[in-house]
Design a protein around this ligand. Structure first.
Ligand code: G3P
Ligand code: MG
Length: 356
């Protein structure tokens, strides 16, 4: 059953209600667990309903992104048919919000998805000078002659195009690229340029003797992800692998970068802070200290969801509806989960049975 009080706890952007919630939390992966591309998996609704009925706080931790948290929460709520608050949702780039202070006045090349959506995310986080590969392409049509630069229905704003002339001081990949050729080219151009100025390039000697000067960040390291297609699809990690190889061939140096998203610890620390906000400790021992809560992470990707949860000391539940498709009942060979189950509903039932 669900009470109004329960609904308030989970449905609100308002303060967490002072009602007793369970002393365990569930962290859902999204792609391959709750949805596959455009389709919502049939077990999703029942799984979320079970947690609501048992008053278990839950959040969503995805390596997807490319939208503001509010927009993604709205999109997901409509798709799943259950209200999801932005406060419950962590995207791959959400922890990168913290970089805004460091790069506030610097010109940042933001890569991925629909350029204007990622620009919107970056500005929302507080980045003041943003440039996208799409804008570079608009200013320099020959930057990638094989890509279509004419399909845009709305012209790009002149003020954004001005940023193309400023040096690139950092590169941040927020989402999967929708135009790999163009984006790899523009990122490489910035990485081998003189002081970040596009259209310039360091001398061969300088390229081989000096280190990378433009810092680079990726919001997710997944090689693959799971949509409606029968086998896993390329993700941001595959894109990064291409960049690494080209950079190495061109300069002789290994590409240097910082990763965010699952399975990185920074992302789990961020998730823990979100859990502390939506479900502050209310269970105390006789000595007055909060009782440690158990966190269960449900995911489909052993290298992201299971590796990350295991390393952070959470319980991990691996489903068979996404990237992980074993021949039989076996666990993953490198990153074994605490439990392996068929789907997200079985995962939630297993978690609840452990906590009774
Ligand atoms: O690009 C991979 C990303 O879409 C995976 O999302 O929800 O499985 O972490 P998720
Ligand atoms: Mg997944």
């Amino acid at each position: 059953f669900k009470t109004k009080a329960h609904n308030r706890l989970f449905h609100a952007d308002t303060k967490v209600q002072a009602i007793a919630h369970a002393n365990y939390n569930v962290v859902f992966d999204i792609d391959g667990v709750l949805i596959k591309g455009k389709q919502v998996l049939p077990q999703t609704h029942r799984a979320l309903g079970l947690l609501q009925a048992n008053n278990v706080p839950y959040i969503f931790l995805t390596n997807g992104g490319g939208l503001r948290e509010t927009d993604k929460a709205e999109q997901l709520s409509k798709k799943i048919g259950i209200h999801i608050s932005p406060r419950q949702l962590i995207l791959s780039h959400s922890p990168m919000r913290a970089l805004a202070a460091q790069y506030e006045d610097k010109n940042v090349l933001v890569v991925g998805g629909n350029g204007s959506d990622c620009r919107c995310v970056a500005e929302h986080y507080g980045f003041k000078h943003v440039v996208t590969p799409e804008e570079v392409h608009a200013v320099y049509p020959s930057v990638c002659p094989s890509s279509d630069n004419e399909a845009r229905s709305v012209p790009l704003a002149e003020k954004y195009l001005q940023s193309v002339l400023r040096p690139v001081e950092a590169i941040m990949v927020f989402h999967d690229s929708v135009d790999w050729g163009r984006d790899l080219q523009v990122m490489l151009d910035a990485l081998v340029s003189k002081d970040g100025y596009l259209t310039t390039v360091k001398s061969q000697a300088e390229l081989h003797t000096t280190k990378q000067t433009v810092p680079l960040y990726f919001s997710n390291s997944d090689l693959v992800w799971s949509n409606e297609y029968p086998t896993p699809r390329f993700a941001q990690g595959t894109f990064r692998t291409c960049l690494e190889r080209i950079y190495k061939d061109m300069t002789g140096h290994s590409l240097e970068y910082t990763l965010f998203g699952k399975p990185m610890t920074t992302t789990y620390q961020y998730a823990e802070s979100v859990l502390n906000k939506i479900a502050p400790p209310i269970h105390y021992g006789i000595d007055g200290t909060p009782k440690p809560r158990t966190v269960y992470a449900i995911g489909d990707n052993p290298y992201a969801d299971i590796a990350g949860a295991n390393a952070y000391g959470w319980q991990s539940v691996l489903v068979r509806t996404g990237v992980f498709v074993p021949e039989g009942n076996e666990n993953h060979h490198t990153h074994p989960a605490t439990a392996v189950v068929d789907d997200v509903e079985d995962a939630v039932r297993w978690i609840i049975s452990k906590e009774i």
